[in-house]
Design a protein around this ligand. Structure first.
Ligand code: PGA
Length: 261
């Protein structure tokens, strides 16, 4: 793993969820831009709520920090009240988009099928999709982690033609392992637990294309904090993190980004 690991730059993504307002965002973004100015060895992304993507473009435009959407709709346009199309995200300079987050699956009834369709729409628009997969606590306790993660991944992989798989590689598709029992709970997977599932995910991708599997970044999410990031990021198949709660504090987020640098 060491040789391939070096090829993969770490990636840290801040998922603000439904938090923030113009003035607090301005402070947070300014602090993050300043705090990350010396970090050049990893990639950094902020996903604010949709209305603030304009603000992200304004305040991050001259920095090395990218910004992205927290979700996207699979359709290009139409009567879909409240939905956002992939080209609308690229219009606002987004380069990344989160897909299939457990909160979308659990609270908004999104499915593997919608995740697959949205994955397709995202790569076609040139966005880098970050597909979130992960098991619930009940599934974890029943020993079903691999079954669930495999089904979530396969739903997307199966719909990808070889041509679209190449497109997905060109836009550097990302997977995020987010055990639902660790998201927002303060309970983090141990580095060993995360590594085992990340390796499983990478092997799953390798069944389709082994070269791609070496390059794809698989990030971990679920209660990452400044004090546990370093050990998680040190695992050979953990290529960074998806940070919720801790991305709302400049100090915490910068410390996590430092651990990846
Ligand atoms: P958390 O959220 O860091 O607050 O656990 C992670 C996520 O939902 O992406």
């Amino acid at each position: 793993m060491t040789a391939t690991q070096n090829k993969r730059r770490k990636l840290v993504v801040g998922n603000w969820k439904m938090h923030g307002d113009l003035s607090s965002n301005q402070r947070l973004l300014a602090d993050i831009v300043k705090g990350l100015s010396e970090f050049n060895r990893a990639d950094y992304v902020i996903c604010p709520p949709t209305p603030y993507l304009f603000q992200a473009r304004e305040l991050l435009g001259d920095s090395k920090i990218a910004w992205g959407g927290q979700n996207v709709n699979q359709f290009e346009k139409g009567a879909f009240t409240g939905a956002v199309a992939a080209h609308m995200l690229t219009d606002l300079g987004c380069t990344y988009v989160l897909l299939g987050h457990s909160e979308r699956r659990v609270l908004f009834h999104e499915t593997n099928l919608t995740a697959a369709a949205r994955f397709d729409a995202s790569i076609k628009a040139g966005l880098t999709p970050i597909l979130c997969v992960g098991e619930t606590l009940a599934e974890h306790d029943a020993g079903l982690t691999e079954v669930i993660v495999a089904s979530q991944m396969d739903a997307v992989m199966a719909t990808l033609s070889d041509e679209n798989f190449s497109v997905a590689m060109q836009v550097n598709m990302v997977f995020a392992y987010e055990p639902v029992w660790a998201v927002g709970t303060g309970k983090t997977a141990t580095p060993e637990q995360a590594q085992a599932v990340h390796e499983f995910i990478r092997n799953r991708i390798a069944r389709r294309n082994s070269e791609a599997a070496d390059h794809v970044r698989i990030i971990y999410g679920g209660s990452i904090k400044a004090n546990n990031a370093k050990k998680l990021f040190a695992m050979p198949d953990v290529d960074g993190g998806l940070i919720g709660g801790a991305s709302l504090s400049a100090e915490e987020f910068i410390a996590i980004c430092k651990a990846a640098n």
